[in-house]
Design a protein around this ligand. Structure first.
Ligand SMILES: [Zn+2]
Ligand SMILES: [Zn+2]
Length: 324
């Protein structure tokens, strides 16, 4: 059975659990580990059964609970190499370390870790501080900590295992096939995914300034389509954000508006999905009803009992699991 559960979606945190066959993966970990686990339990998902975490890009709303969650469960994290580097820079902005030095440090730490016991012990101690990882690292530097590699136990970038993938190169985690594709967004190397298991295709794309021809092609033939519908253009223009932030959101590497999502749904979209989930709605610059109405209008010519059921993913509670 395939199951798709959005735990959270929006600028304060994004995460979803995809379960296929015997494999379960988390796509993004933008909430604290504790909150992710709480929401998984609400959705009847057992955190202990997760096999891996996959990261779309390194923005904070996608990686906030990443390190603690991966350590607590002792599971690998899949990144593009550029996203991993950017994530490390975010955690340790003042570190003077070349990438080669970092790799060497990882090898050394992996050897040291083999002698250690359960990863859970490490994470329990760290959990209280998880959202303060970057400031803690900065404080260590400004307090005169040496620029040489930190001891393994103090390294905020340490993960149980790191696996790299590349956009355009499909890979598998257990029973789930993943096909990452490039999206236009202001991160190091952001991706969307088509995830497949047991013949069910689920397309997953948020955080993109516009829908490129390649993204359109990737989104074809999916049984489930999760698509960003970030902002209402008027609410954004008239809203509280500073001018620079508004420009960023509106740019070709920002976020999709309700109109842009609706334009896709009424034109290039093939109309084949059983479920269409609107995601990453802004709490400041959008209203669920505006996003819903725009998408409903776009989908109206294709309305049927069996296809294009419209759902909205929210920030504050999980969406009911979708079963195939
Ligand atoms: Zn985001
Ligand atoms: Zn982003």
């Amino acid at each position: 059975m395939v199951r798709f559960t959005v735990l959270a979606s929006g600028s304060k945190g994004n995460s979803a659990v995809i379960s296929g066959g015997r494999t379960r993966i988390l796509v993004d970990a933008g909430l604290s580990c504790r909150e992710l686990f709480r929401r998984m339990k609400l959705a009847d998902e057992d955190p202990a059964t997760l096999d891996a975490i996959v990261v779309t890009h390194e923005h904070q709303d996608h990686i906030n609970g990443l390190a603690v969650t991966a350590r607590k469960l002792g599971i690998p994290v899949y990144f593009t190499e550029a996203a991993h580097r950017a994530w490390m820079r975010w955690l340790m902005p003042r570190r003077q370390m070349t990438y080669a030095e970092w790799l060497e440090q990882c090898r050394r730490q992996a050897a040291e870790r083999q002698a250690e016991t359960a990863a859970a012990e490490i994470c329990d101690a760290e959990e209280a501080d998880e959202e303060a990882l970057a400031p803690a690292a900065e404080a260590a530097q400004s307090a005169g900590a040496p620029s040489a590699p930190l001891a393994a136990g103090d390294d905020p970038t340490w993960l149980p295992a790191v696996e790299y993938f590349r956009a355009g190169e499909p890979f598998a985690i257990g029973d789930i096939d993943l096909s990452p594709f490039t999206i236009p967004h202001d991160a190091a190397d952001p991706v969307g995914f088509v995830l497949s298991s047991e013949g069910i295709r689920m397309a997953f794309v948020t955080d993109l300034g516009y829908i490129t021809p390649n993204v359109k092609a990737q989104l074809r033939g999916a049984e489930l389509l999760l698509l960003e519908s970030n902002h209402d253009l008027e609410m954004l223009r008239d809203g509280p954000y500073p001018w620079q932030v508004k420009q960023r959101v509106l740019s070709r590497v920002g976020h999709l508006s309700n109109d842009a999502a609706a334009e896709f749904l009424s034109s290039a979209y093939d109309g084949q999905a059983i479920y269409v989930i609107l995601a990453h709605l802004s709490e400041n610059n959008n209203l669920p009803e505006l996003a819903r109405v725009a998408a409903e209008r776009a989908l109206a010519p294709r309305a049927s009992l069996l296809q294009n059921r419209l759902l909205l993913a929210g920030q504050h509670q999980p969406l009911a699991p979708i079963y195939f």
